[in-house]
Design a protein around this ligand. Structure first.
Ligand SMILES: Cc1cc2nc3c(=O)[nH]c(=O)nc-3n(C[C@H](O)[C@H](O)[C@H](O)COP(=O)(O)OP(=O)(O)OC[C@H]3O[C@@H](n4cnc5c(N)ncnc54)[C@H](O)[C@@H]3O)c2cc1C
Length: 528
């Protein structure tokens, strides 16, 4: 039994599995869950351990000042400068700390979209192909939402659970936005506020692990039920060094793993790579062999390229006297700029959502020179927003390996003008909402929560690494089922789409098709 594990982990029980899934985040965990009743032998391999349930889970100082759960290795930027990425290596991956905003991309996101800096490309499948799986993913991750309050959201069926609603300070903001002609909506959220659910609606959700396991993360909603079924095995503290192939290079034969301190090889009928976009590309590049000299499944040369992460700004409106009493602040988003621009920039600007309530300790990491009392004063009177603008897939924005095998990330932001206009418009809005002081901060290379695009899917093997089912064009039993497959990065949170796609690919792997009956109303039917 490993240190934090509620499940035994004494090493793999067999030497061969039908499916070996690498990485237990949103993609890998959902895939394991979806295969649990297939009759196949499934091994889920995770480099991290279970994240401990402990009092520091909700301690902002421990997390944001002392970086208690940061366990990723150093990566390097284009100039070779080391940085610590915002990646979390645990069972459940980044979802252990995510904000559980579980949104669908919009129908138009799957088509080509014009931006000032170029075209964001069409996907190899469309919204309607994913729609039944979105619904299933919303049930699996217990999404609470309102299907009627956001004009950009095209859906007839209610969410599995009703929207959790706004606390008074957020409701006031919603009313102010409506008076100005905007359309604030409820963020679809994956938290357990069902009757009898464990969520206590606290201020320590977005950016924190959930101490009471009431956040719908990939560990809680998928890994644990998959393991409890008895048909999926999990290997933790197990780093996959490479994916092996046969002599022809057309079939993957298994993976080489460092499990704690020992090396082992595991054979697989099919290998499903779900390490997160950056690590999935790194694994394929590390797996180069005689038949795949540029990296496994990389005849196109695109593996590692087209790295996208959104243009992101955190914006804080501070009112000198009015207190923000919200505990669970992350309930409102604004899509009025989603497809629209302004007279001086007639292209999509992006998406705006509230983030978890900022606390003084969270600001202190960014502003160490400001005294704690001043940060505390501001944090009690602020409303805190996250602004995203789409970035475009540029082949020169890429993940590669240094000669020592470390991860290097090169990224020159694009579509920046759209983001600047969004920041300008939002600043005006917050002033009109009564916040005289508006502070904003662009995020740097280490903020990569929405990383995507590095093993892109497409119809043409010359310009993509994966087909529409996320199968390698070059290796017939190799799949990549995390955000690496995204041909573009639509401007909302990606996790629900990663989960829905994993369910879709699992159906492809088991020869199942989604039925239309899955699109009927499912409100309150999710099993406990
Ligand atoms: C603070 C924060 C807040 C966020 N909020 C939201 C939100 O509100 N909504 C949303 O949609 N998204 C959010 N995200 C993003 C979301 O968490 C990710 O999009 C999602 O988790 C990506 O899923 P994934 O399967 O691609 O990768 P991950 O979840 O990163 O999982 C990859 C897993 O692979 C493992 N791994 C990597 N390499 C190897 C290897 N070689 N061998 C074995 N295992 C390996 C890692 O340890 C990890 O567990 C947030 C992210 C962060 C960090």
């Amino acid at each position: 039994m490993s240190g934090n594990s509620p499940f035994p982990d004494d090493g793999p029980k067999r030497s061969r599995y039908d499916f070996v899934i690498v990485g237990s985040g949103m993609g890998g965990a959902t895939m394991a869950y979806a295969l649990k009743d297939s009759g196949a032998g499934v091994l889920l391999i995770e480099r991290g351990d279970f994240l401990p349930q402990e009092k520091q889970n909700w301690d902002a100082d421990a997390i944001f000042m002392k970086h208690r759960y940061q366990n990723a290795e150093k990566w390097y930027d284009a100039a070779g400068k080391a940085f610590t990425p915002g990646n979390y290596y645990y069972v459940g991956g980044n979802t252990k700390l995510y904000g559980a905003s579980l949104v669908r991309f919009r129908r138009e996101d799957f088509r080509a979209t014009e931006h000032a800096d170029g075209t964001s490309p069409e996907w190899p499948f469309q919204y309607d192909d994913l729609r039944p799986y979105y619904l299933r993913a919303e049930q699996l991750y217990r999404v609470h939402g309102d299907h009627s309050d956001d004009p950009t959201l095209e859906r007839d069926e209610p969410f599995p659970f009703p929207a959790i609603g706004h606390e008074p300070s957020v409701q006031e903001a919603a009313e102010a936005l409506k008076r100005m002609g905007f359309t604030p909506s409820n963020i679809p959220l994956g938290i357990d506020l069902r009757d009898g659910g464990g969520c206590i609606r606290c201020a320590s959700c977005d950016g924190f692990p959930c101490r009471v396991l009431a956040k719908s993360d990939a560990d809680v909603c998928c890994v644990r039920p998959a393991l409890a079924s008895g048909s999926v095995e999990l290997l933790t503290n197990a780093y996959v060094d490479r994916v092996r192939t046969d002599a022809t290079g057309t079939r993957a034969t298994g993976v080489d793993v460092t499990h704690r301190t020992s090396s082992t090889s595991i054979d697989a009928g099919t290998v499903v790579v779900c390490c997160g976009a950056v690590n999935s590309a790194a694994l394929l590049l590390r797996s180069a062999n005689d038949r795949h000299p540029q990296g496994l499944g990389n005849a196109s040369g695109v593996v590692g390229r087209h790295y996208m992460v959104h243009n992101n700004t955190v914006m804080v409106g501070v009112h000198p006297t009015r207190k923000n009493t919200a505990e669970f602040q992350k309930t409102l988003y604004l899509n009025d700029f989603y497809t629209k621009g302004t007279a001086d920039h007639p292209f999509p600007l992006g998406h705006v959502q509230l983030i978890g309530k900022l606390q003084a300790e969270m600001l202190a990491g960014q502003r160490p020179a400001i005294p704690k009392w001043a940060l505390r004063y501001a944090a009690h009177r602020s409303m805190d927003w996250w602004l995203f603008t789409e970035d475009l897939p540029d082949p020169e924005n890429r993940v590669s390996l240094t000669p020592r095998g470390d991860i290097q990330v090169r990224r020159v932001p694009n579509n920046v003008r759209a983001h600047q206009v969004l920041v300008r418009e939002m600043r005006k809005l917050l002033r009109r909402m009564g916040y005289p002081l508006v502070l904003s901060q662009r995020t740097g290379i280490e903020v990569n929560s929405h990383q995507a695009g590095t093993v892109r899917a497409g119809a043409d093997p010359a310009t993509s690494a994966l087909d529409a089912n996320c199968r390698s064009h070059d290796v017939e039993n190799l799949y990549v089922v995390d955000s690496a497959f995204f041909p573009s990065l639509p401007v909302m949170n990606p996790a629900l789409t990663i989960a829905a796609n994993a369910l879709r690919v699992a159906d492809h792997l088991t020869g199942t098709t989604a039925t239309t009956s899955e699109t009927v109303s499912t409100q309150h039917t999710t099993e406990r």
